[in-house]
Design a protein around this ligand. Structure first.
Ligand code: NAG
Ligand code: NAG
Ligand code: NAG
Ligand code: NAG
Ligand code: NAG
Ligand code: NAG
Ligand code: NAG
Ligand code: NAG
Ligand code: NAG
Ligand code: NAG
Length: 498
């Protein structure tokens, strides 16, 4: 008995020490869908070791065999009614889509339905029986230890999620939620949650600061504090995950771990979605990945891993709805990265970004007068070499204040070794990961030219060493003062702008 207790204690502590992983979701609403072999080649090149499929596509499961990649397969919502009403249908599904593929394909979880309570409430009455039938088929095949069964929820099943300590599940669903949590507890499975700070931010009408949604540092007076627990929240993601822990504990379930089945940020949107940008998507996903790998856990459960699947691998051009719907991907269908994640130090997923490049750019919607002041300051007191902006020089085009201010503030930022606070200029400048170089105008800090072709700086894979000699020298600050001709040039330019 003592031995058993010891074993249980050890087992408990091991699960808490397991490292969190980052996986990706693979949606398939793509007109030019890559073949399974191409998808697997991309996963391998990017060192992605955990994926979730929204179905159980046979060709895909075969392509994933013997790759070491851990796979979550899904019962689509439209098969839920059949499976939830018939043990035999469930057993057939497991035989065809799971037993046929293991162990060659390392299937580690089955997600049964997706956001069923909020998108398909008609199927809610059969949700728990679906999970149980699938589970009993796994038990019969002796696969229940290695394959976990659960169902992903929208975070909107949680009401009053801030402060997290007051969160609870929408009581309408308690008749489903309570037996579901009992099932997850008794099978050692996970509570699966989709966490979208992008939508929380948008729906908050300005209450949630963008920085808080993007895991950017907040001034201490803006940090969210849960008045009941005095826990400090520095990002929306943690607050939503903790809200789920509290909602479970409000139903007296305190030991069910959470896996985030979807989280991400769109890189593009329509005119009503100004925050769906490449930089925000990059910032969110880069920070999310670092946060998960750091095994920080959440304020309520520090150190407890919250493994997370990024939504999603590819942009899905066939998805309906606003433009953002089509632009959650890390890659386009041809496997080209949409942006370069900044993962230095994160290590184990996605090939490292060895470029570590950031730039400072003028905000295109800023007051022209403020931009002009930033330009004048950088080229004057800031001691930036602004000669490339002169007429006939490589960076004279685009001949407008945004273009020229971007060059100047970036040159200053690079000159200051990108120190924090050196890309602000009274709020008209911002840090970006997109290399603003264009044509023959190579920005300081860029090494994005390869045999004359502008490489957009989007590669996730480490760049081969590109020779930048001959480009950089003209930008290194020579320690001297501005020649009067440059100042005159700037003044002349100013005259054009004002
Ligand atoms: C399958 O994945 C599990 C969970 O990560 C791991 O423990 C196991 O070693 C993997 N099996 C194979 C054959 O790679
Ligand atoms: C469902 O089928 C499994 C065999 O696949 C069996 O062990 C189990 O008892 C059945 N459960 C129910 C509720 O009929
Ligand atoms: C709770 O769920 C029910 C059923 O979906 C829905 O009608 C209701 O609006 C939800 N309550 C809240 C506060 O969201
Ligand atoms: C949780 O447990 C407490 C104490 O045992 C009990 O009073 C309460 O009714 C329980 N709540 C639920 C939802 O079961
Ligand atoms: C990583 O974790 C340490 C402590 O566990 C914490 O101090 C640090 O802020 C974390 N870093 C990130 C990027 O979350
Ligand atoms: C990424 O770099 C880290 C060191 O910063 C290294 O430990 C890790 O193995 C690298 N990962 C890949 C996939 O190259
Ligand atoms: C990446 O850039 C940051 C800021 O410039 C710097 O502190 C860090 O050392 C760089 N990391 C690598 C691996 O170059
Ligand atoms: C750049 O060089 C590589 C090999 O060095 C070559 O494969 C590629 O076609 C070149 N690109 C252009 C646009 O010349
Ligand atoms: C990459 O560069 C090419 C050619 O300059 C351009 O057509 C393309 O839109 C760029 N892609 C991105 C993601 O910036
Ligand atoms: C890239 O440059 C680093 C240091 O400058 C060097 O150690 C490394 O071997 C180079 N890699 C290639 C592929 O040339």
């Amino acid at each position: 008995m003592a031995l058993l207790l010891l074993f249980l204690l050890l087992a408990g502590s091991v699960s808490a020490r397991e490292d969190a992983f980052v996986g990706v979701n693979i949606g398939t609403d793509i007109s030019d869908m890559p073949t399974p072999a191409e998808i697997v080649a991309l996963l391998k090149a990017q060192n992605i070791q955990h994926v979730r499929l929204y179905d159980s596509d046979r060709a895909m499961l075969i392509a994933l065999a013997n790759t070491g990649i851990r796979v979550t397969v899904s019962v689509p919502n439209d098969q839920l009614l059949g499976i939830g009403q018939s043990n035999a249908t469930a057993a057939n599904w497991v035989a065809r889509n799971v037993i046929a593929h293991v162990p060659a394909t390392n299937i580690t979880a089955i997600t049964v339905g997706s956001e069923v309570l909020t998108t398909l409430p008609n199927a809610a009455p059969v949700l728990v029986s679906s999970l149980k039938f699938i589970q009993s088929a796994l038990v019969a095949a002796n696969l229940d230890r290695q394959i976990k069964v659960s169902t992903p929820h929208s975070s909107s099943v949680i009401i009053d999620s801030f402060p997290p300590s007051q969160a609870f599940f929408n009581r309408t669903w308690n008749p489903v939620m309570v037996p579901l949590l009992k099932f997850l507890q008794s099978t050692g499975s996970y509570f699966m949650l989709n966490v979208y700070p992008y939508y929380d931010y948008r729906q908050s009408n300005g209450v949630i600061p963008l920085d808080y949604a993007l895991f950017r540092p907040l001034p201490p007076n803006k940090e969210a504090v849960d008045a009941n627990t005095l826990l400090h929240y520095t990002n929306v993601f943690d607050a939503v995950v903790d809200a789920a822990y509290f909602a479970m504990s409000n139903l007296n379930f305190t030991n069910i771990p959470i896996v985030v089945t979807e989280s991400g940020w769109p890189s593009k949107g329509d005119s009503s979605e100004p925050d769906a940008t490449i930089d925000n998507a990059n910032t969110y996903n880069s920070n999310l990945i670092r946060h998960v790998f750091n095994n920080t856990g959440t304020p309520k459960h520090p150190g407890i891993p919250v493994s997370t699947y990024i939504y999603e691998l590819y942009n899905e051009d066939l998805r309906s709805g606003p433009d953002s719907e089509k632009n959650w991907g890390l890659f386009d269908a041809s496997g080209e990265p949409v942006y370069t994640l900044h993962l230095i130090g994160a290590g184990t997923v996605l090939a490292n970004d060895t470029t570590n490049q950031t730039f400072c750019v003028a905000k295109s919607n800023a007051e022209p007068k403020m931009l002009q002041a930033a330009l004048d300051w950088a080229c004057g007191p800031g001691k930036v070499d602004c000669s490339p902006l002169l007429k006939g020089q490589p960076c004279s085009e685009p001949d407008n204040v945004v273009g020229h201010a971007t060059y100047a503030v970036n040159a200053y930022y690079q000159q200051m070794q990108k120190s924090p606070g050196t890309c602000d200029f009274k709020g008209v400048a911002t840090v970006t990961t997109t290399d603003p170089s264009h044509g023959s105008c190579i920005f300081p800090g860029s090494n994005g030219y390869k045999n004359g072709t502008h490489l957009n700086g989007t590669s996730l894979a480490p760049l081969a060493n590109s020779s930048t000699s001959g480009c950089l020298s003209q930008y290194t600050y020579n320690g001297g003062y501005f020649t009067s001709s440059v100042i005159l040039g700037v003044l002349l330019l100013s005259a054009v702008f004002l």
